[in-house]
Ligand binder design. Structure first.
Ligand SMILES: [Zn+2]
Ligand SMILES: [Zn+2]
Length: 334
């Protein structure tokens, strides 16, 4: 089968993803083998490819927003049947034993494996995944619409849940890529007003179309103080501006896995019980609840499709904010 692999992480402009011919992976007893149809792109794929995240496996196939069809099940895997349409997300497997797994916080598992980083991901014709970490995909979504829900969507949902946002609250979103364009739809469904800060004009336009009450530049000052905000852009220099725009008692959530250094802060920006926190990974419960709510709302994703052979060019576009909504790689020609 084809796999698009990173051997040596390097700037995406140098085309570090290489096409290789590799054996189809064999599912373990509790795993399923999945024929990949599409794979969404996430900024984390760029961090893996360029080396912002340490390399855990060499070579590694990135991609953790996989939609495909179950091809074959391991001998103990009975939850899915061949032919079922399923999704694979970032959390590949947890240990079930550590203090975090035992306390309902498997997203923090100290032995967790991650799709497309510590194990091979979906920029390939086939992928294997443990049956308990594979999500049935609601039938209302096409494969390419569903792909961005699996990381951008789920992580954005977890960010919203921990932000403390309530109906009628005011939410700030910093950066308006794949995650934010889903999160705004959930927040509006919850009855919140959404304020969006982003530098790119196409992103500003999409935010307005999706119902933002106000749109401004990267560190522009929203006209109202905000109850909660989420930074999706990997830029630590946004943190002081975002804290400044927050009400007393408000929460600022950092949604990325990697961020440039955060500048030193005047304590006044944090005082009055403002909370600054990160979100790491997601639990399967986040995924199941989000997919159910996404189908109910229903979430519409704005998607730009690329053939998987153009993964380098597509990730380069992602790096330069040149994708409107979410980028998705088509692996299987329909
Ligand atoms: Zn991701
Ligand atoms: Zn664990």
């Amino acid at each position: 089968m084809r796999a698009f692999q990173v051997v040596s992480p390097a700037p995406i402009e140098t085309r570090p993803l290489r096409q290789a011919e590799v054996p189809v992976p064999e599912p373990l007893p509790d795993e399923v083998l999945i024929r990949v149809h599409v794979c969404g792109m996430c900024r984390t794929d760029l961090h893996v490819t360029e080396g912002d995240l340490p390399q855990k496996k060499t070579p590694v196939t990135p991609g953790h927003q996989v939609i495909g069809m179950v091809e074959r099940c391991g001998i103990q895997a009975t939850l899915h049947q061949p032919g079922d349409r399923v999704g694979v997300a970032w959390l590949h497997r947890t240990c079930g034993q550590c203090e975090f797994c035992r306390s309902g916080r498997e997203n923090l598992c100290i032995n967790a494996l991650f799709t497309g980083w510590t194990v091979d991901g979906g920029y390939a014709d086939y992928i294997v995944a443990p049956q308990r970490f594979v999500y049935p995909i609601p039938s209302g979504f096409t494969a390419e619409q569903a792909a961005p829900l699996l990381c951008a969507g789920i992580i954005g949902y977890r960010c919203l849940r921990v932000s403390g946002l309530t109906a009628g609250g005011r939410l700030g979103l910093y950066g308006f890529g794949a995650a934010a364009h889903v999160a705004i739809q959930v927040a509006r469904h919850w009855g919140a007003e959404v304020y969006v800060c982003t530098r790119d004009e196409r992103h500003q336009k999409l935010a307005a179309e999706l119902g933002a009450v106000w749109v401004g530049g990267t560190v522009a000052d929203p006209p109202e103080k905000l109850d909660a905000s989420i930074i999706f852009a990997p830029a630590g220099e946004i943190v002081p501006a975002a804290l400044k725009a927050l009400k007393a008692g408000g929460t600022l959530v950092l949604g990325g896995i990697h961020m440039s250094p955060i500048p030193s802060l005047d304590y006044d920006l944090l005082y009055h019980e403002r909370v600054l926190r990160s979100v790491a990974n997601n639990t399967r419960e986040d995924g199941v609840e989000f997919l159910r709510e996404a189908a109910e709302i229903p979430i519409g994703t704005s998607v730009q499709l690329f053939p998987v052979e153009q993964a380098n060019e597509a990730l380069n576009a992602l790096k330069n904010d040149a994708i409107r909504g979410a980028g998705v790689l088509r692996v299987l020609e329909s």
